[in-house]
Ligand binder design. Structure first.
Ligand SMILES: NC(=O)c1ccc[n+]([C@@H]2O[C@H](COP(=O)([O-])OP(=O)(O)OC[C@H]3O[C@@H](n4cnc5c(N)ncnc54)[C@H](OP(=O)(O)O)[C@@H]3O)[C@@H](O)[C@H]2O)c1
Length: 307
């Protein structure tokens, strides 16, 4: 019986040879035609659509009609497009409250996979922050709670485990957004069992390919990819440039889709979480979870196009 590592190694090797989809292991990467690509959370086997939604800055607005109406369209596009994972944090200003309000307005609370973070020192402050997140998100449970930027990691992870045992959370994780912190993430993963790790990875920030992504594949840890567009900065590098003809080889019709497909083609990636305040960008990003994914040669072409 081939091991999971065998599948991942085989997948990584074949990245150099063929389009990604044919070698994806059954179960871990399920796809029905017309459906957004899904990948399994290794620890549970639960499937998640590969495109999620970040909320940093884009959802940090005052809760009034003028601000909420366009974001409601983002949320409808997100859920109607088959996506689920929404990533927020108490430190994103009003983003949790805006997310909760949009889920209520669209009647989609039960459909989303709610991920938030804790960024506090000490158990009591962490617990108070978690309770505030639930109120803001208008939910009595979170799907995933992550220690934000490795702040007070040890005591917050102990709290998260407690909350998970009580059934108030389903999964726990840790996050960071800088390549300089990847070794620290790895050091925590070696000591503390977690379900998810969230970090930065894109054509412009490839450090995670060296150790972090392979480690997660080997140890059955789900990965969330933040800053897939380098906070939007990557679009300036291709401003005014027409999309190359070879984009069609991976069914991409925009630069954003190429950037996301570059990420999704890595077999250890579970979900990418681009942020947007525009429904048309949301629809664009969802398309990256359909059709073919790039092989190694095409991934390098995508990197060079943004070089
Ligand atoms: N430490 C942590 O845990 C941590 C750190 C960083 C990020 N994160 C998470 O990761 C999420 C994503 O990272 P990020 O928000 O820093 O940056 P990002 O997703 O790399 O970039 C977001 C920017 O890209 C633009 N954009 C989105 N889709 C587009 C499209 N199809 N075409 C053109 N432009 C598009 C958006 O513009 P518009 O605003 O005009 O829509 C937005 O300004 C965050 O929101 C957060 O949830 C977590």
């Amino acid at each position: 019986m081939p091991s999971r590592r065998h599948f991942i190694q085989r997948g990584a090797a074949l990245l150099g040879l063929a389009a990604a989809a044919p070698w994806l292991p059954r179960g871990a990467f399920a796809q029905d035609p017309g459906q957004l690509l899904q990948r399994a959370i290794p620890g549970s086997g639960e499937l998640l659509p590969v495109i999620g939604l970040g909320t940093s800055r884009t959802f940090d607005v005052r809760l009034n009609e003028a601000n909420l109406a366009p974001l409601e369209e983002v949320m409808r596009t997100f859920i109607n497009g088959g996506a689920r994972l929404l990533d927020s944090a108490p430190s994103y200003g009003n983003a949790e409250a805006v997310s909760g309000e949009l889920l209520r307005r669209t009647g989609t609370q039960g459909k989303a996979f709610l991920a938030s973070k804790v960024s506090a020192h000490g158990r009591e402050r962490g617990l108070a922050q978690f309770e505030a997140s639930l109120r803001a998100l208008q939910s009595d449970q979170l799907d995933l709670l992550q220690v934000h930027n490795l702040q007070d990691t040890r005591s917050q992870l102990a709290l998260l485990r407690e909350l998970k045992e009580q059934g108030r959370l389903r999964y726990i994780g840790i996050t960071h957004y800088r390549e300089a912190a990847h070794d620290e993430l790895l050091a925590v993963l070696a000591k503390e069992p977690v379900d998810f790790v969230q970090f930065n990875y894109s054509v412009a920030e490839r450090n995670a390919e060296k150790r972090l992504l392979p480690y997660c594949a080997d140890h059955g840890i789900a990965t969330l990819i933040n800053r897939p567009f380098l906070r939007g900065q990557l679009f300036a590098r291709v401003a005014g440039k027409p999309l190359p003809d070879w984009a069609l080889e991976v069914d991409a019709s925009s630069w954003a889709q190429l950037l996301l497909k570059f990420i999704l083609a890595h077999p250890a990636v579970t979900v990418a979480i681009p942020a947007t305040s525009k429904a048309r960008y949301m629809a664009d990003n969802l398309k990256a979870g359909h059709g073919r994914l790039p092989d190694a040669a095409l991934r390098e072409r995508i990197v060079r196009a943004f070089g």
